[in-house]
Design a protein around this ligand. Structure first.
Ligand code: IMP
Ligand code: MG
Length: 172
């Protein structure tokens, strides 16, 4: 894997995460948020984000896998790890690293809505709106980017690059 341009610096990431945390804090005043992180990509973002949310938080994780290649999803989603507990009546915030075609989150949203949460919102650090195949608009988004394949801050290319503290473009 060869890295190209740095798209988001460590400093810019931390600033955006703080801003998202402030907005979420304001929107959830007087409530508890049940934050669901989508493994593995969202783990890094989620751990930063929950420390910027100043209302009570519960966390859990789900792991989904879509069949496909390293850079292309097939749209067929498989659940590898489900939640530990029920979410009926809770205010759910799904945290994702990046929304690309939207297929993963649209599958997940349907799956979670069946469990009757009080509300369900989506927070993604990155969004590639030009790649969307189904309608999916994140409620909170750190940054919209063009159609690059990126790594860092939890995002991987064939499991590499997750540990980078910035987000960089992968050279094709
Ligand atoms: P979607 O179902 O096409 O929206 O796929 C979203 C998933 O694809 C994300 O959770 C990532 O795991 C992966 N993905 C999409 N774009 C990128 C990228 O640029 N870098 C790393 N992973 C990506
Ligand atoms: Mg992912």
């Amino acid at each position: 894997m060869e890295l190209g341009q740095i798209l988001v610096t460590e400093k810019d990431i931390q600033r955006r995460v703080a801003e998202l945390g402030e907005r979420i804090t304001a929107d959830y005043q007087g409530r508890e948020v049940f934050v669901i992180g989508i493994l593995k990509g969202a783990a890094v973002f989620m751990s930063d984000l929950i420390r910027q949310i100043k209302v009570p938080v519960e966390i859990d994780f789900m792991s989904l896998s879509s069949y496909g290649t390293a850079t292309k999803t097939s749209g067929v989603v498989r659940m590898l790890r489900d939640l530990d507990r029920e979410i009926a009546g809770k205010h759910i915030l799904v945290v994702e690293d990046i929304v690309d075609t939207g297929l993963t989150l649209s599958y997940l949203r349907e799956n979670l809505m069946v469990r009757k949460p009080a509300s369900l919102k989506i927070c993604t650090f990155l969004d590639k709106p030009s790649r969307r195949q189904v309608e999916l608009k994140p409620d909170y988004c750190g940054l919209e980017i063009d159609d690059y394949f990126v790594v860092g801050y939890g995002l991987d290319y064939n499991e590499k690059g997750r540990e980078l503290p910035y987000i960089a473009v992968v050279k094709p």
